[in-house]
Design a protein around this ligand. Structure first.
Ligand code: HXC
Length: 262
């Protein structure tokens, strides 16, 4: 498969590798065009279907993860053309179908749709140069890929309102304090750190990894009692897996487990 707006490669040493996707429209600061989002969706689904891949890292450039949806192509839209073409929704939600973890490695600008895309990933590792923001209000629009919903869940109502209504940017340190990102690292160590996190996850049992992702996402949708109940069922179910025997057996035998992802 050849792509024009993204770079796709495989990294890692173990039996399960990392799928690395780099947004690559440098002249437009990785503005998220329709073509880019189509390609990203295809690449994500291909890695998700590949048994040799344990998890996925999504990154941009040193200057920008992504500066938002592509403004020139949005400008001519009318309500009816946006509505009929499914502007945004049709290829922006593919990432939500992915069952393996997707780690966002963010340096530079993550604005508008770029910030929303990062929030659709499972966790965000930020370079100390990262800047997050939802500046749509400056363009006379509002976020359209979940920004008004995921940002308050990530950082709380007051900071989300501040960001969305004033269009100010949040630097990496503020984003970490607010819970928007899981860790901040020096910019020159961003990819090393993100790929090391991916490698750690690749070494664990695939079914455990996928179930944790599903259950944490359920925490944002279901009442606590339902989420805990589903967790208990899956917890029981994993006692039917080979990897549970291997993981616990390896601990008692004081050796590294060799998971079969089954
Ligand atoms: C298309 C973009 C772009 C965008 C930047 N560029 N953002 N092109 N869509 N979202 C282009 C610029 O036009 C410019 O092209 C080049 O990238 C470099 O940008 P500069 O503005 O010259 O760089 P700088 O002065 O460093 O400012 C960087 C910036 C600024 C702060 C990120 O570019 C900016 O404010 N961009 C817009 C951010 C934004 O509003 N994002 C939200 C978009 S709406 P030329 O050809 O002049 O060199 C959105 C809605 C989402 O995301 C809805 C659901 C997904």
């Amino acid at each position: 498969m050849s792509y024009e707006c993204i770079l796709v490669e495989t990294r890692g040493e173990g039996s399960r590798k990392t799928g690395l996707i780099t947004l690559n429209r440098p002249k437009q600061l990785n503005a998220l065009s329709d073509q880019l989002m189509d390609e990203l969706g295809q690449a994500l689904l291909a890695f998700d279907a590949d048994d040799g891949i344990g998890c996925i890292v999504l990154t941009g450039s040193e200057r920008a993860f992504a500066a938002g949806a592509d403004i020139p192509t949005m400008l001519p839209h009318t309500f009816m053309s946006a509505f009929k073409s499914g502007l945004i929704s049709k290829n922006w939600e593919t990432i939500l179908q992915v069952r393996k973890p997707v780690i966002a490695a963010v340096a530079g600008f993550a604005l508008g749709g770029g910030c929303e895309l990062a929030m659709m990933c499972d966790f965000i590792i930020a370079a100390d140069t990262a800047k997050f923001g939802q500046p749509e209000i400056k363009l006379g629009i509002i976020p359209g890929a979940g920004g008004t919903q995921r940002l308050p869940r990530a950082v709380g109502k007051s900071k989300a309102m501040d960001m969305l209504l004033t269009a100010r940017m949040m630097d990496a340190a503020e984003a970490e304090r607010a819970g928007q990102v899981s860790r901040v690292v020096p910019a020159d160590q961003l990819m090393t750190e993100a790929l090391a996190a991916a490698e750690t996850i690749n070494g664990f049992s695939g079914p455990s990894v996928m179930l944790i992702k599903e259950l944490v996402n359920l925490a944002y949708q279901a009442p606590l009692s339902e989420g805990v109940g589903v967790e208990r069922r899956y917890f029981h179910a994993l006692f039917g897996s080979e990897d549970q025997r291997e993981g616990m057996g390896a601990f008692l035998e004081k050796r590294a487990p060799a998971f079969k992802h089954s």
